[in-house]
Design a protein around this ligand. Structure first.
Ligand SMILES: Cc1cc2nc3c(=O)[nH]c(=O)nc-3n(C[C@H](O)[C@H](O)[C@H](O)COP(=O)(O)OP(=O)(O)OC[C@H]3O[C@@H](n4cnc5c(N)ncnc54)[C@H](O)[C@@H]3O)c2cc1C
Length: 550
């Protein structure tokens, strides 16, 4: 056949049976789980803002910016052409545009700028959504969010930085604080000889006698090195202490931080992570000298929880992409989503994603209430590391399976699945690897023994709704004291707790079908950890269809 476009009849084929891209949709409005969480946990007052963020992160524009920012990673310029140190990072403009959007939506500070029950949940929802937009920018967003409660404790530092780091005006200029309209915060803890064991910190701080200190040492992982201010650890006579280090000094010169090189990372390409030397960098002590790790842990509590929320967002994004793809592609005379094995896979993925969201957000709720309720504070203390461990551990498995649902298309760089796949293991590493987080769960039980009753009380709220859940809870009540003393068994313990907490939350808040399927497979059915294992008693079709963003 010939036509005006193909006058000689050379056309080989028509493009057919390829799904349209999932773009220009409202990632909040199409997420039934997130909407229920926001409603249940008193954050409905922010729904309009969440719809706005959902439309932003679901837009073709943001998807394209994320692609560009990851295809053109940041570059380090150490010197200018005259040989002077400049330590500048050059970004693709897409990075700054994405940062400006996320900051304008208050993703870094909503809960510090606005109060009221649900503010932490609303900010968590923004983070969950932005982790679906572009993960790289969620690193500075999470660090800025988490540093705010630490900096707020020091009136002088807060006076200097508070307004800038809570500002909704992103300011990419690398200049001194007084000339800026907004600022971001970085964190420099990890050194070559130890990232988990921060007591091995070698960087030294010497008092200058005018309230400032000079820091000498190195940091092996130093993300967002162009941030305006950093929290870092260094040794003083009293031991490891925490310091606030500005990127630029009051006279307009660069603080004495020399960036050695940028890391060539497996994923998280849009974000700059570096190695740095402090060569007499000026810093200011924050918190008690010798208690720097404790000060840092305050920040860790927030970042860890934010990474659980972020990984839940990553799961949602990959499951939404997979569900959309299989709903719009046919094989063997049927839509893929209606092929029984695929129905089972997508339903199982959706179940995992929903459980991860409830698990993460339950401990975000604890942040909203911890000031007034010791029970919530204790629950958050033990629950945040449980959620961080389990959700970050499940994300790579979910993303890999969701990628496979796309067939070959999922493995090609044009598709955002390839980026999500490379991103998925990262949240499990930083801010505490899996083993370290499990040790933290045991530590919470030993150092604050009231965490255990707070957790059991939470689990008991769902008692009576399902006998399989009740039996698992009774077993945990009996075994917990013994298991809590066995370091080598920490992973299976944390895994059991994570599944039990998730099941309890689904029983209380999710649909009967979701709770039943979760308990049937994750508690009663010898959970193998992969997907597509739902038994015939589960209505997989309904679960799979619900995951399609429509
Ligand atoms: C992309 C990226 C960006 C980063 N950005 C920053 C940043 O901005 N600032 C910063 O400070 N850090 C940053 N980090 C560093 C990160 O926080 C550390 O890599 C992490 O804390 C682990 O430390 P480590 O690499 O020294 O590993 P190690 O501490 O050597 O751990 C290696 C392994 O041993 C295990 N392990 C350690 N101790 C024990 C134990 N007692 N029992 C059982 N197992 C144990 C760990 O779980 C891990 O699996 C970044 C890392 C990455 C990958």
């Amino acid at each position: 056949m010939t036509n005006a476009l193909d006058p000689f009849g050379y056309a080989t084929h028509e493009v057919m049976n390829q799904p349209p891209p999932l773009a220009d949709y409202d990632a909040f409005g199409t997420d039934e789980t997130l909407k229920t969480i926001v409603h249940t946990f008193a954050a409905d007052g922010w729904r309009a803002r969440l719809h706005e963020a959902g439309r932003t992160v679901g837009s073709a524009r943001v998807q394209d910016l994320a692609r560009q920012a990851n295809r053109s990673p940041p570059e380090l310029r150490t010197h200018d052409r005259f040989g002077q140190r400049v330590d500048c990072i050059d970004f693709h403009p897409a990075w700054h545009e994405l940062m400006a959007m996320a900051v304008a939506q208050d993703t870094h500070a909503l809960c510090w700028n606005e109060t009221g029950p649900g503010a932490q949940v609303a900010r968590g929802a923004l983070s969950y959504l932005w982790n679906q937009g572009e993960n790289g920018i969620c690193c500075p967003i999470a660090m800025t969010y988490s540093a705010i409660p630490v900096l707020r404790r020091d009136p002088q530092r807060w006076q200097e930085w508070g307004k800038l780091i809570t500002s909704r005006r992103y300011d990419a200029r690398q200049v001194r604080a007084v000339d800026k309209t907004g600022a971001t915060v970085g964190m420099a803890m990890t050194e070559k000889q130890g990232g988990s064991d921060l007591r091995q910190t070698q960087t030294r701080a010497v008092a200058n006698g005018d309230g400032s200190w000079s820091l000498v040492g190195h940091k092996w992982f130093f993300s967002v090195p162009h941030s305006d201010v950093f929290l870092t650890l260094a040794q003083t006579a009293e031991g490891v202490s925490c310091f606030v280090v500005p990127g630029w000094l009051a006279d307009g010169s660069r603080n004495r931080l020399q960036i050695q090189r940028l890391k060539d990372k497996c994923g998280n390409k849009s974000n700059a992570s570096s190695e740095v030397e402090f060569r007499g960098a000026i810093g200011y002590l924050i918190g008690e000298p010798g208690h720097g790790i404790r000060t840092g842990i305050t920040m860790n509590h927030y970042t860890r929880l934010d990474f659980a929320v972020g990984s839940a967002g990553l799961m949602r994004q990959s499951v939404a992409q997979a569900a959309h793809h299989v709903a719009n592609r046919r094989a063997f005379q049927r839509a893929l989503i209606d092929q029984p094995i695929m129905t089972n896979v997508v339903a199982d993925l959706a179940l995992e994603s929903e459980a991860a969201a409830w698990l993460s957000f339950r401990f975000v709720v604890a942040l909203d209430h911890e000031a007034d309720s010791d029970a919530e504070r204790l629950l958050g203390r033990i629950g945040a590391p449980i959620a961080k461990y389990w959700v970050c551990k499940r994300a790579p498995a979910v993303v890999a399976e969701a990628l496979e649902c796309h067939g070959g298309n999922g493995f090609i760089e044009d598709h955002l699945m390839a980026r999500l796949y490379r991103e998925a293991p990262l949240n499990g590493i930083w801010e505490g690897t899996g083993n370290i987080i499990c040790l933290d769960v045991l530590r919470s039980m030993q150092r604050e023994p009231n965490c255990v009753p707070a957790l059991l009380d939470e689990l008991r709220l769902a008692r009576g709704a399902d006998r399989r859940y009740d039996a698992a809870l009774a077993a945990m009540e009996t075994e917990l004291p013994g298991l809590a003393r066995q370091e080598g068994q920490a992973r299976p313990l944390v895994e059991r707790l994570a599944i039990l907490i998730s099941a309890g939350l689904l029983l209380r808040y999710a649909s009967v079908a979701v709770a039943d399927a979760f308990i049937m497979t994750r508690i009663a059915g010898g959970f193998a950890g992969h997907f597509g294992d739902l038994p015939p008693a589960v209505d997989g079709g309904q679960l799979a269809r619900r995951a399609v963003p429509a």
